[in-house]
Design a protein around this ligand. Structure first.
Ligand SMILES: Cc1ncc(COP(=O)(O)O)c(C=O)c1O
Length: 371
């Protein structure tokens, strides 16, 4: 019965595999305290400036937002130094990814190209659109094999997605490499550079593609408020793209997908320089600490330009993951990325980082004793 009722593309979809929630783990193990370092959220939580704005704006929850979020779009444009007509705000950058696919890619005809492994939303939304999803396997060191990527493109390639810095490895390539990639793609292909983690890359100007928007006609840059600005739960992201494309996205985007509180929170977050600089400091120091200490514990750790680290422990990764859960620490297993031997940990605040390291050391010691 269901077969006739649903589109054939629906066959074989599995739900997105998110990080586990704190409440879930508290309940499962009867723990009073659980820390979550699994979804690359902000280690400092929600900025006090944003909290204040949300409190002040809560009486406005009964109103519809202004379609297209013009106040936020204009503020973002000034902040980034781009025309407001090139900015589209969405319900997380996830919504922009979905809109790009639906606006640009022709079902049953076009294809989309990305690396493997990659952020699963590119794959899921492509297949839902009835569009072929092609992947070039990342190099062994997780750097980007651009030749392979280009070799998968043809005149029906609607979009190429590159995540920079990459998730889950944390690898980042200089913007110059992506400028070179853009010149090798078919004329109609959009290069979508997903910069969800770009704020954590050092130095930023070596990596960001924003300064190249004028020179590359088919470039789209995606950004999010979920990571550095600490608004993951409110859902706010945006794309910067050519004006003709932004215009098309705005014609079909559900008008109120960015709600009134999310828009206000975004505006407040952009003013909160103190929170941004504190976040950058905590992530940069935490990343150095975790990289050093995980290596000292015998883990292989990949260099990261993001607010997380990918590592391979000297024991079964799934066993370590489960043992940490039972001790009240949630990190991310990478089985859903096809790498069951690896784990990803988000950089936490000072206390969380130390707790994660102490408990990881405890599990690894216990494992040594038994093997
Ligand atoms: C590479 C990448 N792109 C996009 C997103 C989604 O961001 P948002 O919360 O803005 O939808 C994430 C979130 O984890 C991500 O890792």
């Amino acid at each position: 019965m269901t077969k006739v009722l649903v589109r054939p593309e629906m066959a074989g979809f599995k739900p997105y595999s998110p990080g586990l929630s704190i409440d879930e783990i508290k309940k499962r193990y009867g723990l009073p305290r659980v820390i979550k370092m699994a979804s690359n959220e902000n280690p400092l939580g929600t900025s006090p400036v944003v909290q204040e704005r949300l409190k002040n704006m809560s009486p406005m929850a009964f109103r519809y937002a202004q379609a297209g979020s013009p106040a936020l779009t204009e503020r973002l444009a000034a902040h980034l130094g781009v025309p407001a007509s090139c900015v589209v705000a969405g319900n997380g950058s996830d919504e922009i990814i979905d809109l790009l696919l639906r606006v640009v890619a022709r079902p049953g005809v076009d294809n989309v190209v990305a690396f493997s492994p990659c952020f699963s939303i590119y794959d899921v939304q492509s297949r839902l659109c009835g569009v072929e999803f092609r992947q070039a396997k990342l190099n062994a060191d997780f750097s980007f094999p651009f030749d392979q990527l280009v070799s998968l493109t043809d005149e029906n390639t609607a979009l190429v997605f590159v995540t920079n810095p990459d998730n889950p490895s944390g690898h980042a390539c200089p913007a110059a490499d992506l400028v070179a990639l853009a010149s090798r793609l078919p004329a109609r292909t959009l290069l979508v550079v997903d910069e969800a983690y770009i704020d954590f890359a050092e130095p930023l100007d070596v990596f960001s593609m924003l300064p190249h928007l004028d020179a590359i006609p088919n470039l789209v840059v995606l950004r999010t408020f979920s990571k550095m600005h600490g608004l993951a739960g409110l859902r706010l992201g945006y794309g910067v793209m050519p004006e003709w494309l932004a215009d098309l996205l705005l014609r079909v985007k559900l008008p109120f997908s960015v709600n009134i509180l999310a828009e206000q929170a975004g505006l407040a977050a952009l003013e909160d320089d103190i929170f941004v600089s504190q976040t950058l400091r905590v992530v940069s120091e935490g990343r150095r600490l975790l990289e050093r200490e995980l290596s000292a514990l015998g883990c292989k750790v990949w260099p990261s330009q993001a607010n997380f680290l990918m590592f391979e422990p000297p024991m079964d990764a799934r066993v370590l993951f489960e043992a940490l859960l039972a001790l009240g620490v949630i990190i991310r297993p990478l089985g859903s990325y096809g790498m069951p031997e690896k784990l990803r940990v988000s950089i936490g605040n000072e206390e969380e980082n130390l707790e994660f390291l102490t408990k990881t050391a405890e599990v690894l010691r216990g494992h040594d004793r038994h093997s």
